[in-house]
Design a protein around this ligand. Structure first.
Ligand code: PLP
Length: 474
């Protein structure tokens, strides 16, 4: 206990929202404002007991207790955003509620216009596309290489970006996902210089890579490689609470920061949770601290340990960090050559009490996180060893549905036009040959199966087993 306290003292890093919230907690006022549960007095006792009185006492929004405001950023919130910008090497950082989804929507709303063409990878997250539906911009698809054995998308090559920009002079922005969900990394440095040559900005959706800035064992972050703007889901791997993310604008970028900020203001709640904002502040402070750095190095070491152990197995394999494309070592995609990814997931969950990040047709994704201990990893290894030496077999119903959409779209109408067109709902089997009017992109990974304006074909059916009806253009 003494040692822990000592450690905390030695790694103290400035966290203005955390400090302001602590100050408010220690100096309570008589509260005649929202939230109406009033420090938990009006909450269901069972919930209060579960979440803790303290959590409810600090559940407040940005108009009270000298905590500053989010829009415009003032007080501790402004200071915390500035500290985050410095930590991530950005000109400007915005804290996001509603995840990186809010960041992608704001970038699209603020920076793209009706009819503009945006070069983007087909395996982008649906929030990028929803943003384009709102603004009226149209995706121009880059179709990365697919690795069928692993059932995953590969990287975006600089050559494919050069080719598309050379043959389409109406592209006004390049917007890439890096890394992929499974950790496959693209050569952002070369792509950024191609974008500069063609005078188009580059946005990188780095939702899964907020840790890269804090370890030399991880790939170089896009803000250091010439991207103009980046989103980071701090809540995914950075240690903040669910739903909290950051949007960074790069030093030297010519993007219209005001337009992005205005869009964010429209998209955000007018009652931002101080707990979520404080968790972003705390996550940044932790990553900058000696303790956070140690946690991250432990996550990298744990990932390497897990990969070394998997190497010894007969049937279970991991996607190697050097499988031909750079990968993030902390994202461990594995497959069992006898089982589907979904079946392996269900065995881990039901027989061993292990929950993984996601599973698809071929394999599943494990994250070696800041908070995982070596004991966690050793337990996981033991379970994988048991599975490897057992005779588990696949189960048919788990095989019927496909999960990782890897289809090449047939576009018949513009995204926005189709989204707002007159539509009707038809039974799935009658939808073949019709044009989709809805976004179908299940999470995870949130990659499009079908978008408004795309032809529905037989190839879509294995991805649509949970759908009885589909919305199509009338
Ligand atoms: C590549 C990518 N971008 C954006 C998002 C949206 O992130 P959030 O869940 O923080 O809204 C996700 C979510 O999975 C994602 O995978």
């Amino acid at each position: 206990m003494t040692n822990v306290t000592k450690n905390i003292k030695s790694v103290k890093v400035k966290a203005p929202i955390v400090e302001a919230l602590k100050e408010a907690y220690e100096n309570p006022t008589y509260q005649f404002h929202i939230p109406g549960h009033t420090k938990g007095n009006g909450s269901l006792p069972e919930f209060k007991k579960l979440i803790g009185t303290k959590a409810l006492s600090i559940d407040t929004t940005d108009e009270f207790d000298n905590l500053g405001t989010l829009h415009p950023a003032t007080g501790p919130i402004k200071e915390a955003q500035e500290l985050a910008a410095k930590a991530f090497g950005a000109k400007k950082t915005f804290f996001l509620l509603n995840g990186s989804t809010a960041g992608n929507l704001a970038l699209a709303m603020g920076l793209t216009k009706k009819g503009q063409r945006i070069l983007t990878n087909r395996n982008c997250h649906r929030s990028v596309l929803t943003g384009m539906i709102i603004s009226g911009a149209e995706p121009l698809w880059l179709i990365p290489k697919k690795f069928d054995d692993w059932g995953i998308w590969g990287n975006v090559t600089p050559e494919s970006v050069e080719e598309m920009l050379s043959s389409h002079d109406d592209v006004s922005m390049v917007w890439l996902t890096n890394p992929t969900y499974e950790g496959v990394v693209s050569d952002i440095k070369s792509i950024a210089s191609i974008c500069k040559k063609h005078k188009v900005p580059l946005i990188v959706d780095e939702a899964h890579a907020c840790l890269w800035n804090f370890s030399k064992h991880l790939p170089t972050p896009a803000l250091q490689l010439g991207a103009d703007a980046v989103v980071h889901s701090l809540h995914k791997t950075g240690g903040s609470m669910s739903q909290s993310s950051m949007l960074h604008i790069a030093e030297g970028s010519m993007l219209d920061v005001d337009a992005v900020e205005k869009a964010l203001k429209l998209l955000h709640t007018t009652s931002p949770s101080l707990i979520l904002l404080a968790s972003l502040d705390a996550a940044r402070a932790n990553l900058e601290s000696t303790r956070g750095k140690k946690q991250l190095e432990r996550a990298v070491a744990n990932a390497k340990f897990l990969r070394r152990e998997i190497e010894q197995l007969e049937h279970i394999h991991d996607l190697k960090p050097d499988f031909g494309y750079m990968t993030d070592v902390t994202k461990i995609f594995i497959r069992d050559d006898r089982l589907s990814g979904k079946r392996l997931e269900s065995i881990l969950e039901i027989d061993f009490g292990i929950e993984v990040e996601s599973a698809s047709d071929a394999g599943l994704l494990l994250l070696s996180n800041l908070g995982n201990t070596r004991a966690d990893m050793e337990y996981l290894v033991k379970c994988l060893q048991k599975i490897d030496s057992s005779n588990y077999s696949d189960i048919y119903y788990l095989e019927k549905k496909k999960h990782m959409p890897m289809l090449t779209p047939q576009i018949k109408m513009s995204l926005r036009e189709a989204f707002f067109a007159e539509k009707e709902t038809v039974p799935k089997d009658l939808a073949i040959g019709r044009i989709s009017a809805e976004v179908i992109a299940e999470c995870p990974p949130g990659i499009a199966i079908l978008l408004p304006g795309e032809l529905i074909t037989e190839a879509h059916l294995p991805y649509l087993t949970d759908y009885d009806f589909i919305e199509v253009i009338k």
